[in-house]
Design a protein around this ligand. Structure first.
Ligand code: FSX
Ligand code: SF4
Ligand code: F3S
Length: 392
């Protein structure tokens, strides 16, 4: 009998695949169905076409895990926390399964000299092949003396680690462009990784960033052997190409001119748009309204919980613009002839609000509806209006 090599090869690869499949189920402690659902969700997060989940599953199942060296500088460690404390039963297992986290200061047991040696050993063992993940901003004032680890400045540490990395990912707004530590007057001159290295890096901004955006980026690297396509700020397009405002569940209220005017007022309790409380959704690119946080179901994102978006994923917005300043309307810019939303004298003008509703694409009649609603909801006294004088 002739042995069919091709068929034999196929059987063999299927058997190997089966073993890998069982191994991944055991490793992740999840059923095959759950695992595939998770891969499908990740493929959808990356905007991949239907059917791509099989490629994602195969890549995750394979043993080739990229070595990751994770450095911490000026930050709160919220990025690591959000990644490892996510409510999904397996995200932390999955992330630790997808990547080989060979050095992470806040997770490793080693300390002091031992930790220093572990960092050097990890860099040497995977020279030229590891992914460098940086969490936290890098203070550059006075030659970087405001952030030192093991006697070395963050500047030197990041440059040394980036020199032999296959790819560099800045996780969180701090590492992306300074974030919280760079808030004015930025006493330590905290900067992002790209500025310090003098070359672009992939950024996953957010304070903290959505863990799925990092996971999907790592899985993209695993599946396709390269990092995903990014925008001008280094953000993966699959996660940061739409404005928060575009997918916000309160958008219909914006379009109809129904706004909360202060925390706890009737509009706020009814879930109206938070634009006039300073929501930066109209100028912030992120997938928060669709991706949500904490795997706890609908509404689990800042605006869903009743707080205006502070623009944490947007350079020059989060930690730079005052929280209660109204957002720039990026894709619905009003013509200069339109009056302001809140007029200088502190009076809310129906004409101005109608203009916002109109430019935001409200259906015909929206302005009339707006005037009617405002008359009912926000016809309050001068006191209430005065509170919004500064929100222009
Ligand atoms: Fe904290 Fe990370 Fe904010 Fe910064 O997240 S959640 S201050 S982005 O670097 O730890
Ligand atoms: Fe949602 Fe904010 Fe836009 Fe209002 S302004 S629709 S709350 S993103
Ligand atoms: Fe940040 Fe705004 Fe999303 S504050 S978490 S970008 S809704």
């Amino acid at each position: 009998m002739r042995f069919d090599l091709r068929k034999g090869g196929q059987d063999m690869s299927e058997a190997i695949f089966d073993l890998e499949r069982q191994a991944v189920e055991k490793r992740l402690d999840m059923s095959r169905r759950e695992f595939l659902q998770f891969c499908a969700a990740l493929a959808a997060t990356m905007g991949l076409p239907a059917g791509a989940e099989a490629a994602v599953a195969k890549a995750v199942e394979s043993a080739r895990r990229p070595s990751v060296i994770w450095l911490h500088f000026s930050e709160c460690t919220g990025c690591s926390e959000s990644l490892l404390r996510a409510e999904h039963p397996t995200i932390e297992k999955l992330i630790l399964d997808v990547i080989s986290l060979d050095y992470h200061e806040t997770l490793m047991a080693a300390a002091g000299r031992q930790a220093e040696e572990a960092r050097k050993a990890a860099m040497k063992a995977s020279k030229g092949k590891y992914i460098l993940v940086v969490e936290g901003a890098i203070p550059v004032k006075d030659n970087g003396i405001y952030c030192k680890i093991g006697g070395h400045t963050a500047i030197d540490l990041v440059k040394e680690a980036a020199a032999d990395a296959a790819a560099v990912i800045a996780i969180g707004s701090c590492a992306s462009w300074g974030g919280m530590p760079s808030t004015d007057p930025n006493p330590t001159l905290a900067q992002g990784v790209a500025d310090v290295l003098g070359r672009p890096v992939v950024t996953i901004p957010g304070c903290p960033p959505n863990p799925y955006n990092f996971l999907a980026t790592a899985v993209h690297f695993l599946t396709f052997g390269k990092l995903p396509e990014v925008d001008g700020l280094g953000r993966p397009k699959f996660a940061y190409s739409r404005l928060v405002h575009d997918n916000c569940e309160r958008r219909a209220h914006f379009d109809a001119g129904r706004f909360a005017l202060e925390f706890g007022d009737e509009g706020h309790r009814k879930g109206y748009c938070l634009y006039k409380l300073g929501c930066k959704g109209p100028e912030t690119y992120a997938n928060c309204p669709t991706q949500l946080f904490g795997d706890a179901g609908a509404g689990t994102w800042p605006v869903g919980c009743g707080h205006p978006c502070i623009g944490c994923t947007e350079k020059g917005v989060g930690f730079q613009k005052p929280i209660h300043m109204v957002a720039k309307l990026k894709n619905v810019e009003p013509p200069v002839s339109y009056p302001k939303v809140v007029e200088e004298q502190g009076k809310t003008s129906f004409a101005a609000m109608a203009a916002v509703a109109a430019i935001a694409g409200a259906a015909a009649g929206g302005a009339a509806m707006l005037a009617k609603n405002l008359g009912r909801e926000h016809g309050g006294g001068q006191d209430q209006r005065n509170k919004h004088d500064g929100a222009q």
